[in-house]
Design a protein around this ligand. Structure first.
Ligand code: PLP
Length: 501
């Protein structure tokens, strides 16, 4: 086969014996083969069709697509479930536009994903930022406190809805039950971006979900209940991130108890957001995901729970390895399927730990300061966890904890992360959106008003939004991210950004 570029990269990568602790959640063909979907895999190109006779239509469902939607309604106990083929991103934008009128007001966590900011731009919507608390030690944003939402709702009675991510990228969850009660008491809608928590619903039935008091099954592993169960009105799930549908497929749920009833309006917004040529491969993968969950969800989730209990128990004995904790370890606040490794006691920051794991052919999902996040999914096997444990043991032996502890302190990486963290939650005055823009080198932008979001990726959360003033410290931070090889969307290859003229 004569291949180049993207194709060559993919085929080479798929042919290697790597371990995936990154998206997507299926982790390769293994799960599909185990449950007998070889004929789908073998006919992947033949299955790439359009709306031929009998194939139904995503925007006028009455056949095979309607059947798949019904499977999801049952799985999630929802009054409506929609297949998304533009990822959670499309579902988030449609949900915002369905709940907030053009030019209206939205209370939103400041650490929302960029798709929420796209929703603002498309709907001419005015944001009111809810600032999450911080996990100071690691320089990352934590949960949004219910009291912050309560305050903003009383100050902004004209807001139509509240949106926040839970879990966030690192697995940190907000108290959705308490927030839903507050939002409903004010007569508004609660939208939860559960892009990183499509799996939560299915842990509820196998005793791994901690309840509001933090109780859960035996073992160190626990996850919070899903936003569907906790009372949210619209919930968007990236089934591709942790379950087993293909990348870019996702599910939008209107849970059974939701106060949102205007499904026609929501469907209209979904149509405005989504491609008119929805991929049947993505929709088929959603169908397969639903069937696997229905037929084998119990055994798969028990195995995933057992593997994580095993991993956390074994890892506790590795010298110099720590895990990020939040809220004094409150179990209902953390989705522990995301393994946040910290080996700074061995002198390794997140990037160095990532390098060390790559030497063992182990690919992680996200680096921030001293944390390396390994995203587990429904497709990970016991062997994957064993390979991660073996690699971590080896790294701990070659970088003994005590000997190098001074290095971690000297490296300043925690300080840098904490300084960066302050910028993520900095309360900036929101100026009028610049109407006329110009491109200016980042280094010359101190004091200028940002005209396009500057978004470190991952995590894909805007550091500076349009209408906010850019300061010297933000310029230094973005420069340091770029110097260490991180991508910052909004900064051109020539180092220029859009600011108001
Ligand atoms: C918090 C959060 N929300 C939403 C999204 C968008 O999800 P998708 O990639 O399915 O469009 C992401 C993507 O990583 C995310 O991190």
């Amino acid at each position: 086969m004569n291949t180049t570029g993207i194709t060559k990269f993919l085929i080479d990568h798929a042919g290697r014996d790597t371990v995936s602790f990154h998206m997507p959640g299926h982790k390769g063909a293994r799960l599909y083969k185990r449950f007998g979907y070889d004929s789908f895999l073998d006919n992947i190109v033949g299955c790439d069709i359009t709306e031929i006779v009998g194939a139904d239509n995503l925007f006028q469902t009455e056949g095979i697509i309607a059947d798949t939607m019904a499977k999801y309604r049952k799985l999630f106990d929802a009054k409506a479930s929609y297949l998304l083929i533009n990822g959670s991103s499309g579902g988030i934008i449609a949900s915002i536009m369905a709940c907030v009128p053009q030019g209206g007001k939205l209370i939103m966590a400041r650490n929302c994903h960029k798709s929420v900011f796209s929703g603002l731009a498309l709907g001419g919507i005015r944001p009111v930022y809810a600032y999450p608390s911080m996990v100071e030690e690691y320089g990352i944003t934590g949960p949004v406190e219910p009291s912050e939402i309560e305050r903003l709702l009383s100050e902004n009675p004209d807001a139509s809805a509240v949106i926040l991510p839970s879990p966030n990228y690192y697995g940190i969850c907000s108290d959705i039950r308490a927030i839903a009660e507050i939002v409903h008491a004010a007569g508004k809608f609660l939208i939860v971006d559960q892009a990183h928590g499509a799996h939560l619903k299915f842990f509820e039935t196998c005793g791994a979900a901690a309840d509001a008091a933090g109780a859960s099954a035996d073992g160190p592993f626990a996850v919070p209940e899903s936003a569907e169960t906790q009372g949210a009105d619209l919930v968007i799930n990236s089934t591709h991130k942790t379950l087993c549908s293909f990348t870019q497929s996702a599910i939008l749920n209107v849970p059974a108890g939701s106060r949102f009833d205007d499904l026609y309006h929501l469907e209209d917004k979904l149509q405005q957001m989504e491609s008119t040529s929805p991929s049947y491969l993505l929709m088929a993968s959603l169908d397969i995901n639903a069937d696997i969950l229905s037929a084998h969800g119990g055994e798969l989730f028990e195995a995933w729970r057992d593997n994580l209990n095993y991993f956390y128990q074994e890892a506790a004995g590795i010298d110099g390895l720590a895990f990020m904790q939040v809220k004094d370890g409150a179990r209902q606040a953390m989705d522990m399927t995301k393994i946040n490794l910290d080996m700074s006691a061995c002198g390794l920051d997140g990037h160095q730990l990532e390098e060390a794991l790559l030497a063992h052919e182990i690919y992680a999902e996200l680096v921030t300061g001293n944390i390396l996040m390994c995203m587990t999914g429904i497709g990970n096997s016991r062997e994957d966890f064993d390979r991660l444990l073996a690699a971590l043991r080896e790294i701990s032996e070659t970088h003994p904890a005590m000997q190098n502890i001074a290095f971690a302190a000297d490296s300043g990486s925690t300080d840098a992360a904490t300084a960066g963290a302050a910028l993520w939650t900095k309360h900036r005055t929101l100026h009028e959106m610049p109407r006329v823009k110009e491109l200016v080198p980042l280094q010359q932008c101190a004091g200028r008003i940002c005209a396009a979001s500057l978004i470190p990726y991952p995590p894909g959360i805007p550091l500076i939004c349009p209408g906010e003033e850019i300061g010297a410290e933000e310029i230094d931070y973005i420069t340091s991210l770029r110097n260490q090889g991180d991508k910052v969307i909004g900064v051109g290859a020539d180092g220029r950004i859009a600011v108001g003229k």
